[in-house]
Write a protein that binds this ligand. Structure first.
Ligand code: PEP
Ligand code: MN
Length: 372
C-alpha cells in the first residue's frame, strides 16, 4: 500500500509525526518513506510493507497528511502501474531535459570513447542537428579480457568539456562498478558541471543486485537499465525496481534484444514489441537500442539499414528514447565498429525516427477516436 502525502508535507510538523507514530503501531507492517525534492514541490510517499491486506483505504486516508492511498496490485511496487487510483507521474526531469512515457529523445553517439577528434566530430554533428543527448562509453564490459576495456576515468574531463562546448545536456554512460559513480561525479565537479550523465547499467549487470543497490542509493543521476539478455522481462523489471526501492526512481528501461540464435542473422533477437508492454506494466520511459539488437550494417534491397527499420518499429510503438551507435570512422572504432552508423547518416536517421514518431502520435489520436 502506498500513502501519497499532501504536497510539501513538512517532516518536522506535528501532523507528520502523529502519522509516523500511528504507522509504527500497525501490527506486522513496516514503512519506508520516499521524498522527492522538486524545484517547486516536494512529494512524499510512504510505502507500507507487510500485512497490509486488512487495512482499509478509508482508515488510511483519514490519517493526518495523507492525500490519497493506492493499493499495490502488482509487483514493482514503486515503478509499477497499480490498478486503483494510481496517477503517479510517468516522467522526470534531469538537467533541464524531460524524460517521460510521452517524450522521445535520441541518444546517438560512440559505443566507446576513443580519441578527442571523434568525440568532437560526433558532438558537433549532434549540435548541428538540434540534439542535446548522446551516448559515450568510458567503461566497457568486454567478453574478451584482452580487448579494449574503455579509457575509464581519465577520459571523463575532456569528454565532459566537449559535451559542454556543444550544448550536450545528458550523456548516457555505462558504469560497471559503483566506484565509477564517484569518478563521474568528481570529473563533472572538476570541469564545472558542463553536462549531465545518465548512468547506464548494461545487460551483463542487469541482475548485479549490489551494483543496483549502490546506484539506487544516489538520486543525483538518472539510470538507464538494460534488459538482461537471457532473463524474463519480469526479472528485468524487478531489477529496475531494485533501483527504485533504494530511492532512485529516475529510471529508464532499455530493450536491447535477447541472446538466442533464433534472432539470426541479427546479433540479438529484437524485442521492441515489448515497448508497450513495459509502458503498461510500469511508469518508466522505455528506451530501445537498435544497434546492439541488430549488430550489423545489413541493408534491405532498397538500401535501408536494418538498424533504421527496427528503430522505426520501436518508435512507432511508442518508444521514448533511442540509444544508437554512430562513429565518424567505424573502421577505427575500438568497440562495435561493424554496427555503427556513419555521420552522414545522422540526418536521415533523425528524420526517419521523427516520421515514425509522427505516425505513433497519429496512432494515439486514432485510438482516442475509436476508443472501444
Ligand atoms: C552498450 O550499450 O554499449 C552495451 C554494451 O550494451 P549492452 O549492455 O546492451 O550489451
Ligand atoms: Mn557496444
Amino acid at each position: 500500500m502506498i500513502l501519497l502525502l499532501e504536497p510539501n508535507t513538512d517532516p518536522s510538523s506535528i501532523d507528520y509525526n502523529i502519522l509516523i507514530e500511528q504507522l509504527t503501531r500497525l501490527p506486522g507492517v513496516t514503512h519506508r518513506v520516499h521524498r522527492e525534492i522538486g524545484t517547486e514541490i516536494t512529494v512524499t510517499e510512504i510505502y507500507l510493507i507487510g500485512n497490509t491486506g486488512t487495512l482499509s483505504l478509508e482508515d488510511m486516508e483519514a490519517l493526518p497528511c495523507v492525500e490519497r492511498v493506492v493499493r499495490v496490485s502488482e509487483a514493482y511496487r514503486i515503478l509499477g502501474r497499480h490498478k486503483h487510483g494510481d496517477d503517479r507521474p510517468a516522467h522526470f526531469e534531469y538537467n533541464g531535459v524531460r524524460f517521460g512515457q510521452d517524450t522521445l529523445h535520441v541518444f546517438a553517439g560512440l559505443c566507446a570513447v576513443d580519441v578527442p577528434e571523434h568525440v568532437e566530430q560526433m558532438m558537433k554533428a549532434l549540435q548541428e542537428h538540434g540534439q542535446v543527448c548522446t551516448r559515450m562509453g568510458a567503461y566497457k564490459p568486454r567478453t574478451n579480457p584482452y580487448a579494449f576495456q574503455g579509457h575509464g576515468a581519465k577520459c571523463l574531463p575532456w569528454v565532459f568539456e566537449l559535451a559542454g562546448k556543444y550544448g550536450i545536456k545528458v550523456i548516457a554512460m555505462e558504469i560497471t562498478h559503483e566506484s565509477h559513480v564517484e569518478e563521474i561525479r568528481q570529473a563533472l565537479r572538476q570541469t564545472g558541471n558542463p553536462t549531465g550523465v545518465m548512468l547506464q547499467i548494461g545487460t551483463r549487470n542487469t541482475q548485479n543486485f549490489e551494483l543496483l543497490k549502490q546506484v539506487g542509493k544516489q538520486q543525483e543521476f538518472p539510470v538507464l537499465l538494460k534488459r538482461g539478455f537471457g532473463i524474463t522481462l519480469d526479472e528485468s523489471l524487478n531489477a529496475a525496481e531494485y533501483l527504485a526501492s533504494e530511492g532512485n526512481r529516475k529510471v529508464i528501461f532499455c530493450l536491447r534484444g535477447m541472446k538466442t540464435n533464433m534472432g539470426d542473422p541479427h546479433r540479438n533477437f529484437v524485442d521492441f514489441a515489448h515497448v508497450p508492454a513495459v509502458k503498461r506494466l510500469t511508469r518508466m520511459p522505455v528506451c530501445i537500442d537498435p544497434s546492439h539488437s541488430v549488430g550489423t550494417r545489413a541493408v534491405d534491397p532498397q538500401g535501408v539499414l536494418d538498424v533504421f527499420h527496427v528503430t522505426t518499429q520501436g518508435v512507432i510503438a511508442g518508444a521514448n528514447m533511442v540509444l544508437v551507435d554512430f562513429h565518424p570512422n567505424p573502421a577505427k572504432a575500438l568497440v562495435d565498429g561493424p554496427q555503427a552508423l556513419l555521420m552522414k547518416e545522422l540526418p536521415h536517421f533523425l528524420e526517419d525516427a521523427a516520421l515514425a514518431r509522427e505516425a505513433y502520435l497519429k496512432r494515439q489520436a486514432l485510438a482516442q477516436k475509436y476508443r472501444h
